[in-house]
Design a protein around this ligand. Structure first.
Ligand code: ZN
Length: 277
């Protein structure tokens, strides 16, 4: 009986780990030795690209690419060759020490994006909401270009830009004012054609209306707002970001269409915006 309990506990621990660190469970590394050396290939089962920074110290082996190279593996790709090590002196043995190999979600080598893109406001036509916290806000947006809109639980949320849904979390209920509660954010992440990702946070339990792998249109209803995760009052948080080599998560400024003919470069703290289109 004791063994069964241990097995069941382990099973649940594995499940919770997989949910928390989802994308890392979706790639596999494969080393293949052959007569003249060894090679590494990676299968990426994520929808998003991953970037692999190689760092090995080979002895009697010549690498096909220099140490420190960033290799991008497209999403949904099987057995992508990362590096091939061939013997230098065929009469001697070979070995290598693994250094600080890093793997990132996304293509971190491409930091160009469409800076002039104009986003739609994330709520319904004819409604108005106040920016409760803007860029670099002192509650939770320090050094971030993020926006919080005050809105009652259950308000319809709309996609600011068309793209591919790459991550959703929908079942959480807990909330608090500490960063640790970010682990409980219900969320949607949408990948855009220029490689940027917009994340929408704090949906109510089961308020997410899209699935991973689904393509959404600009202005499509994607969910119902809530107060779940790192949140102390009903609101919608959005931010646009790219992953980069320095800090692995870099938020970007976004322009919004604030009226039929108006573009606002930066939505401001405490200002109420109406979506008239
Ligand atoms: Zn926020």
């Amino acid at each position: 009986m004791k063994n069964i309990i241990v097995i069941i506990i382990c099973f649940f621990l594995n499940i919770s780990f997989a949910q928390k660190d989802d994308w890392k469970t979706k790639y596999e590394q494969k080393w293949e030795n052959y007569d003249n050396g060894t090679k590494l290939s990676v299968t990426n089962n994520n929808l998003l690209s991953i970037t692999y920074k190689i760092d090995y110290n080979p002895v009697n082996l010549k690498a096909s690419i220099p140490n420190g190279t960033y290799v991008v593996i497209p999403g949904k790709t099987k057995d992508f060759l990362i590096v091939d090590f061939t013997k230098i002196d065929s009469k001697k043995g070979w070995k290598f020490n693994k250094g600080n190999t890093l793997v990132y979600l996304g293509d971190i080598t491409d930091t160009d994006y469409d800076e002039d893109y104009v986003y739609d406001l994330p709520f319904e036509k004819g409604t108005s909401f106040k920016v409760a916290q803007g860029y670099n806000g002192d509650i939770s947006h320090q050094d971030k270009f993020a926006l919080d809109f005050d809105m009652p639980v259950g308000t319809k949320v709309f996609a600011c830009r068309e793209g591919l849904v790459v991550e959703v979390v929908r079942n959480n209920t807990k909330n608090c004012g500490k960063p640790s509660c970010a682990d409980y954010n219900n969320l949607i992440k949408i990948l855009h054609s220029d490689g940027t990702i917009m994340q929408y946070l704090h949906f109510r339990k089961n308020g997410v209306r899209v699935k991973v792998g689904q393509t959404v249109e600009k202005g499509q209803h994607i969910g119902f707002s809530g107060n779940v995760g790192w949140s102390t009052g009903p609101h919608l948080h959005i931010d646009l970001y790219l992953t980069d080599k320095e800090n692995n998560y870099k938020t970007l400024k976004t322009s919004f269409k604030t009226d039929e003919n108006d573009i606002t470069k930066e939505l401001k703290h405490k200002v109420t915006y109406t979506k008239s289109y």
